[in-house]
Design a protein around this ligand. Structure first.
Ligand code: HSE
Length: 438
């Protein structure tokens, strides 16, 4: 018994010595465990907190002194959660705790997320977010405040969920002259379009599935009407030019008008319908064409095979040529992983700003209606002769089980303005969808 007690004492003393040495080493290096707070314990926020436990060793490899989530801010209580003791309801507790160096904002929406982020940055606390609405609306302002207070504002998870795209835009692709970005930027709608293509399932049912999987926004209109994808292409376009591309200036169309008949036509043409965010340089005007809309994507394009909740961002640079980033565009852990990658970068850069090139100077966009594109059209069969007279070079398309009382065709390339003028002369137009070129 005596030997066991002695052994236990020796082990305890050794542990004490190890602890003292670790603390001494940390203090000598000026490095302490980084304390963080998570604002919003919803799908993504809870994923962030859990990730620090699940991938503890990966986190420690990147930040040896460790990162600990000290507080979780939420209006709700979480009885029974292993993290219940970290939940606070008063933001000032977090702001006034000098130990907090990094904040993860996963609240969503503009307010109070904007005020909370601003207050943290003004105190020199770095903020990492998945909040695309806030980034698209106030990104440059928050970046400026971060720079003035020697901390960082990072937003990897705001575009493409778990896909690393913001960091590559800021670093790996920095020497490139990027001429085009085409993105499948919304997991919910891509999931819906894929399921509609592969199963005979109604729009409402497939939307419910996306909500159950935690992909959809609180108000799924933001997904379905394209606003979410529009904010994301605004963020990417801003990073592409270093100025502010306002999402309000981007023509935005969603998928709510896409029917199973359109999906069947796309399939018979060897295409798939995808909601795309597109940003392309208009070299003549020195600016960009930017648009969010559903497109029929040909099988030869790398974006064609991107299915379900997956997103992809296709980038063309003048020297690197084509690159594509692919991964889960929504969901708890993929998005949390992107937020935590930012938190770790902030933890490694305490007291300094990680640079992001994005000023508040507004980029005037080219008129997207002047961009030359091709269209797919479904119209009353009675209009077939008129179609031929109006649309030079149009080609008729067919699909199995297509309604007998309609005709469908694809147009030659033309501007949207010219297309709109012709289409206005047809009666019984059922559908118009843009075609993406290979
Ligand atoms: N609702 C968004 C989507 C979540 O479906 O892509 C990720 O931003």
């Amino acid at each position: 018994m005596k030997e066991v007690r002695n052994l236990r004492n020796i082990v305890r003393d050794l542990c004490d010595v190890a602890g003292i040495l670790k603390k001494y080493r940390q203090e000598r290096n000026g490095k302490q465990m980084i304390k963080a707070a998570v604002l919003g314990f919803g799908t993504v926020g809870s994923g962030v907190v859990e990730l620090f436990d699940i991938n503890r060793s990966s986190v420690a490899r990147r930040v040896p002194e460790g990162v600990e989530v000290k507080y979780i801010l939420d209006l709700r209580e979480f009885p029974g959660s292993p993290y219940a003791d970290r939940v606070v309801h008063d933001y000032d507790i977090i702001l006034n705790d000098p130990e907090i160096r990094v904040i993860c904002e996963t609240m969503g929406g503009k307010e109070p997320a904007f005020t909370f982020s601003k207050k943290a940055l003004e105190k020199g606390i770095s903020v990492c977010t998945s909040n695309k609405e806030l980034v698209a609306a106030h990104g440059p302002e928050l970046l400026k405040i971060a720079q003035e207070h020697n901390c960082s504002y990072l937003f990897e998870a705001s575009v493409g969920g778990g896909i690393p795209i913001i960091r590559p835009m800021n670093t790996s692709l920095a020497p490139e002259y990027i001429t085009q970005i085409i993105g499948i930027l919304n997991g919910t709608t891509n999931y819906m379009m894929t399921r509609m293509e592969q199963e005979d399932i109604s729009f409402e049912d497939v939307l419910r599935q996306a909500q159950d999987n935690g992909y959809a926004e609180k108000n799924p209109e933001a997904d379905i009407e394209g606003h979410d994808a529009c904010r994301k292409i605004a963020i990417l376009s801003s990073l592409m030019c270093g100025k502010t591309v306002r999402y309000e200036d981007i023509p935005c169309e969603g998928i709510s008008h896409i029917s199973m008949t359109d999906v069947a036509y796309a399939r018979s043409m060897g295409r798939a319908i995808k909601l795309l965010g597109i940003s392309e340089r208009d070299e003549e005007a020195g600016t960009f064409y930017v648009r969010t809309a559903p497109y029929m994507v040909p099988a030869s394009h790398p974006l064609h095979g991107v299915e379900d909740v997956f997103n992809a961002v296709f980038v063309h640079g003048n020297l690197v040529d084509n690159v594509m980033f692919y991964g889960r565009g929504a969901g708890k852990f993929p998005t949390a992983s992107a937020v935590v990658s930012d938190m770790l970068d902030c933890a490694l850069n305490i007291g300094q700003t990680i640079p992001v090139r994005w000023t508040d100077e507004v980029m005037q966009l080219s008129d997207a209606a002047q961009k030359v594109e091709r269209w797919f059209v479904r119209v009353d069969a009675a209009e077939a002769e008129k179609v031929k007279a109006l649309f030079d070079g149009c080609e008729t398309v067919t699909a199995p089980k297509a309604p007998a009382d309609e005709t469908a065709f694809t147009t030659a390339p033309m501007t949207e303005a010219a297309f709109a003028e012709k289409i206005a002369q047809l009666a019984g137009v059922k559908s118009t969808i843009r075609l993406l070129e290979a």
